[in-house]
Write a protein that binds this ligand. Structure first.
Ligand SMILES: [Zn+2]
Length: 205
């Protein structure tokens, strides 16, 4: 792509670093911004900068938060002895939308995936195991997507905590194999949480 301006070229190159944004799309977006009032681009840049500078990860559940302990963890009505294990913040949002879960979360930050070079130590697993070891957790509900990586991750965590006195469950498979939680409709997701099954059952099938 030949640019008439180095400044334009730089903006397009930066924009095209985003996933799913090729050079053509990046150019279209950048030209769109040039047509918009300047304040709009400034607001976008500031929002992104503030996000990078100020956003925190909850010190307990690793969810994205504006404060040290997220709103869910610091809510006295939530049952902190029930932990739902999820991959990322999108899963928290999807489950919260159903209003059918009253426990708290633990955000792993991904799934174990040797193919992508992601091992257990790249994820927030140790802090979860430590919570269980402290003995205040009654139930861990695995809510990872039903892919090979999700199953591997569930099983790895299960192995780490099976000697401790904690009940493990997994969401009922109204969520079909390979589906991401994020895309499940609220009713299906809500049912799969309410009808959760003991984790051991999922190992037999
Ligand atoms: Zn939290």
């Amino acid at each position: 792509m030949e640019f008439s301006s180095k400044i334009l070229e730089r903006a397009v190159n930066e924009m095209s670093q985003l996933p799913g944004i090729g050079k053509r799309t990046a150019l279209r977006l950048v030209l769109h911004m040039l047509k918009q009032p300047k304040e709009q681009t400034t607001a976008l840049v500031e929002a992104l900068k503030t996000m990078r500078d100020d956003i925190k990860f909850c010190k307990s559940c690793h969810n994205i938060s504006d404060v040290e302990l997220c709103e869910i963890c610091s809510n006295p009505i939530r049952d902190t002895s029930l932990i739902c294990v999820v991959e990322d913040v999108r899963d928290v949002m999807a489950i919260e939308n159903t209003s059918s879960f009253k426990g708290v979360y633990h955000v792993l930050g991904g799934k174990i995936s040797p193919m992508d070079g992601v091992g257990p130590h790249d994820l927030n697993i140790e802090s979860l195991v430590n919570k269980v070891k402290q003995g205040e957790i009654k139930e861990l509900l695995f809510a990872l997507s039903s892919t090979m990586e999700g199953d591997t991750t569930n099983f790895y965590i299960y192995k780490q905590i099976q000697d401790y006195n904690v009940f493990t469950s997994t969401i009922a498979r109204g969520i079909s194999v390979g589906d991401e939680l994020e895309y499940a409709d609220e009713i299906t997701l809500s049912r799969s949480i309410i009808n959760r099954v003991p984790f051991e059952n999922s190992l037999k099938s």
